[in-house]
Design a protein. Structure first.
Length: 144
């Protein structure tokens, strides 16, 4: 996969996440009571967008020989998997949401810690760390 294909794939994924957010917001407006887990849905969506950008950035840097980005790539890959599941479970008002949020809290904190190591050099890592921190805050509310 060349760089253009990766950028196109990232743009497609980001558009899908934005569409999911728009759909959730539209549903929120149609149901005046709102979704009880809207905060975590939005935080997970933001984490997904920032994480996808960070993941692509890490892959690019690893391709250039910057081996110190391997740990960052690993933690962001875990965060992406967990945040996707978290967003889906929250949208469905799943009975497993609390346990999922507890796991996401740990995974997002781990990703944030790793990304903070690179945030001064790489803006994408800073954005990912900030998104993970916000998602962890939402997860803490649900996991308690």
């Amino acid at each position: 996969m060349d760089r253009r294909e990766m950028l196109a794939a990232t743009a497609t994924l980001a558009a899908a996440v934005v569409a999911t957010q728009a759909s959730a917001q539209e549903e929120h407006h149609h149901h005046h009571t709102g979704h009880p887990y809207q905060g975590v849905i939005e935080a997970a969506a933001h984490c997904l967008m920032a994480g996808q950008a960070c993941e692509e950035h890490c892959i690019e840097l690893l391709g250039k020989g910057e081996k110190e980005m391997a740990a960052c790539l690993g933690t962001v890959a875990e965060a992406l998997a967990v945040c996707e599941a978290l967003q889906r479970l929250a949208s469905q008002k799943s009975k497993y949401l609390g346990r999922s949020a507890a796991l996401a809290l740990d995974v997002c904190k781990n990703c944030e810690d790793e990304c903070r190591k690179h945030e001064k050099k790489h803006e994408t890592c800073k954005a990912c760390a900030d998104a993970c921190a916000a998602c962890a805050t939402e997860c803490k509310r649900l996991a308690a």
